[in-house]
Ligand binder design. Structure first.
Ligand code: IVH
Length: 678
C-alpha cells in the first residue's frame, strides 16, 4: 500500500535515526548539539507516533530501551572466547619485569603499548548482529556468564544499533565487544544520599551499586540506577581483525560505541608508567572509580604470539594504585548492638583527612580482626579508604605504641542489657542473645518504621529510645497500643505531633505483607526477598507454615534466606509477635495490585526536582504514572508542572523562565485527588 502509511514509516525511521544521532552526541561523545527541549520533542513525537501506530515500533527504537516486565532469571550463556582476568601489580619495577618477560618471549621487535584506566566496575560482553544489539552477557566465571541483555539495553551510553561514522567503514555483520559497566561517582553519591535520608544502608561502593543494579530482574529499576559503560576491546568480528589495539579502539568509537577518553598510546614502557602517574593524579577528578591502569601490548599479532595462561593474557598487566592511607590515633573502641543482636566494635579515631574526606570512625568487624591486627586503644593506626565508603584500619604503627596502650577485649556481657554474650552461628561474631535487649528492640523498631518498611512518620530515633527505655515499647506490636494523650505528655511532644504519629501508625496497619516482611528485620530478608516471599506465599500464615523446600523453590531466594526465615518463624516469641500483630489488626496478606486509578493526569507532563518532604521520587513518579501522567527528566515547553522540593536547582529556574506551573508536595497531593497514595 502506498500513501500516508509510507510517509509514517519514513517519518518514524527518520526520527529513530535522528534520536540515535543525538543520543550518541549526548551520551557517548558528551557533545550535545541540540537542547534538551528539542531532544524531548523528537522523543515525544516518536513515542506518540508509535503509540498511534504500534506496528511502527522496532526493537532497536530508542523508545524501547526498557521493554517488557520483570524477568524471572538470567539465562546462562557460554562465551565465544573466555573472558580472562588481568595479572596485577602495585610496583613499577614489576611493570618493568613484565616488559622484560614480553621481550624475552618476542625477541628483538619494536614494542609499543596502550595505557588505559582500569575502570572499577563489572565487565560486560556485548554482541551486535547486523548492527543491532542482540546480546549482553556478564563475565560470570569467565566461561559462562548471565544473559543480561534487557538490563544492558537500559544503559543510555550503549547504542541499541551501531552506525558507522567513518567513510568506507561498514558495520560488521557480527561483532562482539567488551567493556566495563560502572555507576558514575556523581550518581553514586546522590543515590547514597537518598538511601541515607531514607534510613537505608548506603552502598559500600559504586562497583557494588553497579553490580547490584545489573542483577536486578526488573529492567525498569536498572534504568533508574543510571549505569554507564566504556568499551575496551573487540572479542570477535566478521570483518578482518584490526592491526593494533589502538586501531580496534578507534574502530569501536567509529561504530558509535563509547571508549574512554584517557586512553593513551605509548611508545615505551616508561611512557606508559608516566601515564599511570598522570592518571593517578587525575583520579579524583574523574566521574568514575579507577583502581589502576591497564598496560597492553598494542600490536594484535604480538598479542596473539604472547598468548595467555589459563587466567590472564601475557600481553597485559594491571598496575594498581595503592589505596589512600593516613595515620591517626585510635581514641577508643566501643561496641554497638545491632538489630539481630550482633556486637560490632567501632573505632573512634582522631579525625584525619583521607582520600578527600575527614574520617573519625572505622569499623573493626569483630574481635578476631582486632586481635589479628593487634589493635590497641591508644595506638597510632593506619586507616585506608579505597573505593569504599567506610574506611578500615589496615595496620598499627607498632613503633609508636605508647606503654599505656590497652589490648581490647570484647565484653563478656552486652554493653546495653548486660546479658552474657553468645557466639553467632558463624562462630566468629558475638551477639547479645537477649531478644528483649533494649538496643535490639530500638534497632528493630527503627527498622520497622522505615519508609521502605511500614513507613511510620514522626517516630524519630530519640523518641524510640525514650519509649523503649521507659518500657512502653517492648516489641513492634506495642506500637499499635500507643495512645495520643499518653504520647502528648512526653517532653517535646505536642498534642498535634502525637496525633500525627498515631495516625501514621494506624495507617501502617494496611501496609501489606511485603512491607511487613521487610520491616520484621529477619536476617537476610531485604526488600527484594520480602517482595518475592510475599508474592509467592500471599500471607504470613502460609509463609510461617512453608517448609524449607518450598521456600528454597522460590527463584532468587538463596540458602541463607531459607534458613533464616525458618529459624525466625520457629521461635516462639516471634509466633507471639505475629499473634499480637494479628490482634492489632495488621494486614498480613499480600496486597493485590488494587483498583486502577482514574487517569486524571492523562496528557500531562511532570518534572520532579529537589527533595520532597515525605515522598521519594520513585513514589511520586509511580503515583503520577498511575493516573496516566508522564514524568520526564528535562524541563521543556511541553512540561505541564514542575514538582519542586527542597534544594531544587536549575530545573526550577528554567521552569520559572518558561512560565511553567510550580507545585510543592501538597500541591501534587491535591492534584492526585482522593486516596493520593493509592
Ligand atoms: S582488558 C583479557 N581493560 O579489569 C583482559 N580490563 O582485573 C581483558 N577492566 O575483567 C581485560 N578496565 O573487567 C581491560 N581498560 C580495561 C579495563 C579492564 C577494567 C576490568 C575487566 C577485567 C578486570 C581484570
Amino acid at each position: 500500500m502506498k500513501g500516508p502509511a509510507d510517509a509514517l514509516v519514513t517519518r518514524a525511521e527518520h526520527l529513530r535515526r535522528t534520536i540515535r544521532k543525538h543520543e550518541h552526541l549526548y551520551y557517548v561523545l558528551l557533545e550535545p548539539e541540540i537542547s534538551d527541549q528539542k531532544f524531548d520533542a523528537l522523543d515525544r513525537e516518536l513515542r506518540d507516533l508509535e503509540a498511534a501506530h504500534p506496528e511502527l515500533i522496532t526493537h532497536d527504537s530508542p523508545t524501547q530501551r526498557v521493554g517488557g516486565g520483570p524477568l524471572t532469571e538470567f539465562p546462562p550463556v557460554a562465551h565465544a572466547a573466555p573472558m580472562l582476568s588481568l595479572d596485577n601489580t602495585y610496583s613499577e619495577d614489576e611493570v618493568r619485569d613484565f616488559e622484560a618477560r614480553v621481550r624475552r618471549q618476542l625477541g628483538e621487535t619494536p614494542l609499543s603499548y596502550v595505557a588505559e584506566p582500569k575502570i572499577d566496575g563489572l565487565s560486560l560482553s556485548v554482541t551486535y548482529e547486523n548492527a543491532i544489539l542482540t546480546r549482553a552477557v556478564t563475565r560470570g566465571d569467565g566461561k559462562i556468564g548471565d544473559d543480561v541483555t534487557v538490563n544492558a539495553r537500559t544503559i543510555r551510553s550503549l547504542p541499541l544499533a551501531l552506525a558507522s561514522s567513518r567513510p568506507g567503514l561498514k558495520v560488521p555483520s557480527l561483532i562482539e565487544v567488551r567493556g566495563e559497566v560502572y555507576l558514575p561517582r556523581s550518581v553514586f553519591a546522590r543515590a547514597n544520599d537518598e538511601r541515607t535520608r531514607n534510613g537505608e544502608e548506603p552502598f559500600v561502593n559504586a562497583r557494588n551499586a553497579a553490580s547490584g543494579a545489573m542483577k536486578q530482574l526488573d529492567p525498569r529499576q536498572v534504568a533508574e540506577r543510571g549505569l554507564e559503560l566504556f568499551l575496551y576491546s573487540v572479542a570477535r568480528s566478521s570483518e578482518p581483525e584490526a592491526r593494533s589495539h589502538s586501531d580496534a579502539l578507534r574502530l569501536i568509537g567509529d561504530l558509535g560505541l563509547r571508549t574512554n577518553p584517557e586512553i593513551k598510546a605509548c611508545a615505551s614502557i616508561e611512557e606508559a608508567l608516566a601515564h599511570c602517574a598522570a592518571l593517578r593524579l587525575k583520579r579524583d577528578a574523574l566521574d568514575y572509580d579507577i583502581d589502576g591502569v591497564v598496560i597492553k601490548v598494542d600490536s594484535l599479532s604480538l598479542q596473539r604470539e604472547l598468548g595467555a595462561t589459563s587466567k590472564f593474557p601475557r600481553w597485559a598487566i594491571a598496575y594498581k594504585f595503592p589505596a589512600e592511607r593516613a595515620a591517626t590515633r585510635l581514641v577508643n573502641i566501643d561496641v554497638q548492638v545491632g538489630r539481630t543482636g550482633k556486637l560490632t566494635p567501632v573505632a573512634h579515631l582522631e579525625p584525619v583527612f583521607v582520600a578527600g574526606t575527614t574520617v573519625s570512625r572505622a569499623t573493626l568487624h569483630n574481635a578476631e580482626e582486632i586481635a589479628r591486627k593487634d589493635i590497641r586503644v591508644g595506638d597510632t593506626v593506619v586507616v585506608e579508604r579505597g573505593g569504599d565508603v567506610i574506611p578500615k584500619i589496615v595496620e598499627v604503627a607498632l613503633g609508636l605504641r605508647p606503654p599505656s596502650a590497652k589490648p581490647f577485649m570484647m565484653p563478656a556481657a552486652c554493653p546495653v542489657c548486660l546479658t552474657h554474650v553468645a557466639a553467632m552461628d558463624d562462630e566468629v561474631d558475638l551477639r547479645c542473645p537477649n531478644a528483649s535487649c533494649p538496643a535490639q528492640i530500638e534497632e528493630r523498631i527503627k527498622h520497622f518504621a522505615r519508609r521502605q518498611a511500614m513507613d511510620i512518620e514522626g517516630l524519630g530515633d530519640k523518641l524510640v529510645a525514650l519509649l523503649v527505655s521507659d518500657g512502653t515499647l517492648r516489641n513492634i506490636a506495642d506500637l499499635y497500643t500507643l495512645e495520643v494523650d499518653v504520647l502528648a505528655q512526653l517532653e517535646r511532644m505536642g498534642e498535634k505531633s502525637a496525633a500525627n504519629l498515631v495516625a501514621s501508625i494506624e495507617k501502617s496497619r494496611g501496609a501489606g505483607l511485603q512491607r511487613l516482611l521487610f520491616g520484621l528485620g529477619i536476617r537476610f530478608v531485604g526488600e527484594r526477598a520480602a517482595e518475592l516471599l510475599s508474592r509467592r506465599f500471599g500471607s504470613i500464615d502460609a509463609l510461617s507454615q512453608a517448609t524449607a523446600e518450598e521456600i528454597d523453590a522460590v527463584p532468587e531466594i538463596g540458602q541463607a534466606v531459607v534458613a533464616s526465615v525458618r529459624e525466625w518463624f520457629t521461635a516462639s516469641q516471634n509466633q507471639d509477635l505475629i499473634d499480637h500483630l494479628k490482634r492489632a489488626g495488621l494486614q498480613l496478606k499480600t496486597l493485590s495490585a488494587g483498583p486502577a486509578q482514574p487517569r486524571t493526569l492523562e496528557g500531562l507532563q511532570f518534572v520532579l526536582t529537589g527533595v520532597l518532604p515525605s515522598m521519594d521520587r520513585n513514589e511520586a513518579k509511580r503515583l503520577i504514572e498511575g493516573r496516566g501522567g508522564r514524568v520526564t527528566s528535562a524541563v521543556s515547553s511541553k512540561t505541564s508542572y514542575i514538582v519542586a522540593g527542597d534544594d531544587a536547582g536549575s530545573k526550577l529556574e528554567k521552569a520559572r523562565t518558561l512560565g511553567i506551573k510550580v507545585l510543592d508536595e501538597a500541591g501534587l497531593v491535591g492534584l492526585l485527588g482522593e486516596n493520593p497514595r493509592a
